[in-house]
Design a protein. Structure first.
Length: 627
């Protein structure tokens, strides 16, 4: 396989902090690599160096294969707010379209429109300034995917995306023959797209072939071997220490090389591998929680002419863990702001009849902005309720403040991986993940009894996420989570609120993966029913046409040709094979022992089998009439 990228001896430091030093690695055609590391260890810095937006401190070499097409996806997409979606993509794609003839430019434009549709951006003329953060991310992804580059380099591609968009991207990249290097914290996405995990650790790079679980096992093995080697070195050092102390060096004429080797051993013996981890032990307490948490009755909310809630009723319970999912713009964050009291509508109406009268009056005036925030229903909050609310955009730190200015507790800061030498660092010098970790600490140290987390996994590294999950499992209060991280939801929530759009909210008891399986089965049944109805309609139409047709002399039956006879026999064999395969897959599905990925493939294959069966049965009927 061709080598798409070779890196040799590149380094990056910020002041006294060394991110990585003289690292090197190779990426071959077809590799799909997930780059993971703790926050603040240089993942984004490495990506910026590869994109040519930063330089290595030590020079070194970055060599891409000549003439391959490369596409970069950075965390922040640079755009003109006054441009339309389509114009923004085309103006930013000049490097891809330069030199193309008109026919190929049109082909690129068709791919852009197709990917916009796949990402549920159905109005290419919408202005960029009107888009949410998740919609902007989808525009950036459309520009990248439409380029059909051979090599994609992506920094946190799933951040701010809703789950539908993530699953489309996951499926596309999983099927694509592209080469890929990406930074991600999404463990499901990683396992379903990547075949290699690359870890940046203590300034070095380690590569592991296989999935995330394999990486964890091999990494632990590497660390154990390293520390075992350190123990051996220490044993040798003890013997050498006895030798070096046996008599004064000057009188015995000890070999100089052995003395030098002693100091090398001493240095190596001090190198014990330790992995610092966020400690949540100090955060385990919470304020006592009463029987009433948040009660919602007939809650409806409109903003302009858009409905976000329609008659929502629910009493949140003590210690329950609720997940909230839905497309970007469906109203998830708005809902959290309403139930917590962080957002006060322009008008609150407790009388449903009066509410409808005002809505009708508003529509009759054709002025959708005359009452931008209109709510009806009742929200009651418990007297002992203490809310800790982690917002998507809740960080409002002064960039000139230091870490210690934000949290004046060195012990807690150290537990959250802010060592003494970082305490006087200004906020503007922190990585995105470090800022998120500090913000999370400010929320948890309040010891809330209702913890609300709105997209908490963005910018947090996988190690921190695992520890946060363990903490939240034992959290002694109620928990509401909005997240696109399916692994995070599966590990934590008891049930889901599904925001379906137009104010409809459905309650599903179970994990997110169970919900997706339910949806796939439902959609398969719907497709099957639609095919059956279509088939029945065609047969009915054919019968009606036959009844009304003028009587004709009975036509001679046309005999099958040799080729048609063979086709009929093959169709019978095909139908038997399809029926057997379907029965085998259904048995596996009902066994409950298949891994998730195989379940998904089996479910999709059954849908394909049903479509093939319908086609072959119709053809068999056509041919068999002439027997």
């Amino acid at each position: 396989m061709a080598s798409y990228l070779q890196i040799e001896n590149i380094s990056k430091s910020y002041g006294p902090k060394v991110l990585f030093e003289k690292i090197g690695f190779n990426i071959n055609e077809g590799d799909k690599i997930a780059l993971i590391a703790p926050n603040g260890t240089g993942k984004t810095s490495l990506m910026r160096i590869l994109a040519g937006k930063d330089k290595s401190d030590s020079g070194g070499k970055i060599m891409f294969l000549k003439d391959i097409k490369i596409a970069f996806l950075e965390q922040e997409y640079d755009f003109d707010p006054e441009k339309t979606i389509f114009d923004q993509i085309m103006s930013s794609s000049s490097e891809f379209t330069k030199g193309l003839d008109q026919e190929h430019v049109w082909e690129y434009e068709r791919r852009v429109v197709k990917f916009l549709s796949n990402f549920n951006l159905n109005n290419p003329d919408q202005l960029m300034k009107e888009l949410s953060g998740g919609e902007v991310k989808r525009v950036a992804l459309t520009q990248m995917l439409a380029s059909e580059a051979e090599f994609f380099i992506m920094d946190e591609p799933t951040n701010h995306l809703d789950i539908d968009a993530i699953e489309f991207l996951e499926g596309y990249l999983g099927r694509s023959r592209c080469t890929l290097l990406m930074v991600t914290h999404d463990r499901y996405f990683l396992d379903r797209v990547c075949n290699i995990v690359m870890e940046m650790d203590h300034g070095a790079v380690y590569t592991y072939r296989g999935n995330y679980q394999n990486y964890l096992e091999k990494r632990e093995e590497r660390i154990s071997n390293y520390n075992a080697e350190t123990d051996k070195v220490r044993n040798i050092l003890r013997r050498e220490l006895e030798w070096i102390r046996s008599t004064p060096c000057a009188r015995t004429g000890k070999a100089r090389y052995r003395i030098n080797a002693f100091y090398d051993l001493k240095d190596r013996a001090s190198q014990v591998y330790t992995q610092k981890q966020v400690s949540m032990e100090a955060m385990k307490g919470s304020t006592r929680l009463g029987t009433k948490i948040v009660n919602c009755k007939d809650l409806s909310f409109y903003y302009g002419d858009k409905c976000y809630l329609d008659g929502f009723t629910y009493n949140f319970q003590r210690y329950e863990k609720v997940g909230i999912v839905g497309r970007n713009g469906a109203g998830k964050s708005t809902f959290l702001n309403i139930i917590t009291g962080n957002y006060t509508p322009d008008m609150v109406c407790t009388d449903p009849e009066e509410y409808q009268r005002l809505r009708l009056l508003d529509c009759a005036r054709n002025d959708s902005q005359s009452m931008p925030g209109l709510m009806t229903g009742v929200i009651e909050r418990g007297e002992s309720l203490k809310i800790g609310y982690y917002h998507q955009s809740g960080m409002s730190f002064n960039p000139e403040d230091t870490v210690l200015d934000i949290v004046n507790d060195t012990w807690l800061l150290n537990r959250f991986l802010f060592p003494h030498e970082m305490l006087n660092n200004k906020i503007e010098k922190l990585s995105g993940g470090e800022k998120r970790r500090l913000y999370l600490l400010t929320i948890l140290m309040q010891q809330p009894n209702l913890l609300i987390l709105d997209e908490p996994t963005n910018d947090l590294d996988i190690v921190t996420l695992n520890i946060l999950e363990d903490y939240l499992k034992e959290f002694g209060g109620s928990l509401i989570i909005v997240s696109h991280d399916r692994h995070f939801l599966d590990k934590l929530v008891d049930h889901l609120f599904i925001f379906c759009g137009n104010g409809l909210v459905k309650d599903f008891v179970g994990s997110y993966s169970e919900y997706r399986e339910y949806i796939k089965e439902f959609e398969a049944e719907q497709r099957s029913q639609a095919r059956a109805e279509e088939k029945a309609a065609k047969e009915k139409a054919a019968k009606e046409a036959a009844k009304t047709a003028a009587p004709e002399a009975p036509a001679k039956k046309k005999k099958l040709t040799y080729k048609e006879q063979k086709k009929l026999e093959q169709l019978e064999k095909d139908l038997e094979a399809l029926a057997a395969e379907k029965a085998d897959l259904e048995e596996k599905l009902n066994s409950g022992s298949l891994p998730y990925e195989e379940l998904q493939k089996a479910s999709e294959r059954i849908g394909e089998i049903m479509e093939l069966t319908d086609e072959k049965e119709l053809r068999w009927l056509e041919l068999s009439e002439n027997l």
